[in-house]
Design a protein around this ligand. Structure first.
Ligand code: NDP
Length: 332
């Protein structure tokens, strides 16, 4: 039998956590043959609720779930974990300044970085979901210098999947036939959902470009982009709560593809440490198109970037540069 993989979920008593832990225990994260041990962390005010989630996991009798650690102790939570999904974070409350939210999250991610660095398994892969996701991931990287930068990422897969969903609805094709959209940049409203390289597989087996099939540049350069950018807000308006099931599902997609690989000819979007590809400033956590193989991602190279796209790539990079400066000002 395979050794269980230890998966940490922080903020596990929250709404995304509640949607995410059963997916992990069912094998959505690492496949139907991989046993898992869940490590769930939350803060003391959520301890009772966290224990309730643990009781439900026991009651669900998941065959792949070999153990559950539910704790408010960050060291216990991080010890021996192979995968860390960081969902816990300080939410932006009404009347709070951006700097106040940043400052709270910077201190949370700094502390959790140290715990992961000291106690996680070697080669632990980290995914940051909590907002501001890119900058939280950057802080985590800075304060866990022994974790290789290739092991630290943030979630933009939900935005990627939202873009696939919009194209699939517009063209009335199965979402599984649409591929190679790209989310560039920040997981925020400045992100750039790019369809210039996206394709659809037709029932004839032929692959056609999304731009050609949609044949409406005004929609693709306007409403499509803003719908993807504003989808989170639209869900809050409809549900009176933020997106949780889709965020949890995207987190599983992100880790699964990272660990098990992307299909041949397909890329996905991940927030990763920029090496300067596509003239994105090095040293930001920025969402790029990536392919994954043998547990490692690599940025897809050589895609053409038109003038419209260039401006959008630069705009979201500028926002991330400002966020980085703000985060550092909170540290000093
Ligand atoms: P959610 O589970 O709904 O969200 C958790 C985090 O994910 C938030 O930062 C949220 O950002 C972010 N997020 C990223 N992408 C998305 C997306 N597409 N849709 C929705 N959210 C997204 O929040 P809850 O408040 O239900 O749960 C948070 C948990 O974290 C609680 O259990 C709480 O106790 C814990 N927590 C832990 C702290 C710590 O570790 N020190 C501090 C504070 C809370 P956004 O806020 O922008 O929606």
């Amino acid at each position: 039998a395979q050794e269980p993989v230890r998966v940490l979920v922080t903020g596990a008593a929250g709404q995304i956590g509640y949607a995410l832990v059963p997916m992990i225990a069912r094998g959505v994260l690492l496949g139907p043959n991989q046993p898992v041990i869940l490590h769930m962390l939350d803060i003391p005010p959520a301890a009772e609720s966290l224990n309730g989630v643990k009781m439900e996991l026991v009651d669900a009798a998941f065959p792949l779930l070999k153990g559950v650690v539910a704790t408010t102790d960050v060291v216990e939570a991080c010890t021996g974990v192979n995968i860390a999904i960081m969902v816990g974070g300080f939410p932006r409350k009404e009347g709070m300044e951006r700097k106040d939210v940043m400052s709270k999250n910077v201190s949370i991610y700094k502390a959790q970085a140290s715990a992961l660095e000291k106690h996680a398994a070697a080669n632990c892969k980290v995914l940051v979901v909590a907002n501001p996701a890119n900058t939280n991931a950057l802080i985590l990287k800075e304060f866990a210098p022994s974790i290789p930068e290739r092991n630290i990422s943030c979630l933009t897969r939900l935005d990627h999947n939202r873009a696939l969903g919009q194209i699939s609805e517009r063209l009335n094709v199965q979402v599984s036939e649409v591929k190679n959209v790209i989310i560039w940049g920040n997981h925020s409203s400045t992100q750039y959902p790019d369809v210039n390289h996206a394709t659809v597989k037709l029932s004839s087996g032929e692959e056609k470009s999304v731009r050609e099939l949609v044949a409406d540049d005004a929609w693709l350069n306007g409403e499509f982009i803003s719908t993807v950018q504003q989808r989170g807000a639209a869900i809050i308006k409809a549900r009176k709560l933020s997106s949780a099931l889709s965020a949890a599902s995207a987190a599983c997609d992100h880790i699964r593809d990272w660990v098990l690989g992307t299909p041949e000819g397909t890329w996905v979007s991940m927030g990763v440490y920029s090496d300067g590809s596509y003239n994105v400033p090095a040293g930001l956590i920025y969402s790029f198109p990536v392919t994954c193989r043998d547990g490692e991602w690599s940025i897809v190279q050589g895609l053409s970037i038109d003038e419209f796209s260039r401006k959008k790539l630069d705009l979201t990079a500028e926002e991330l540069t400002e966020e980085k400066a703000l985060a550092y000002s909170c540290l000093s």
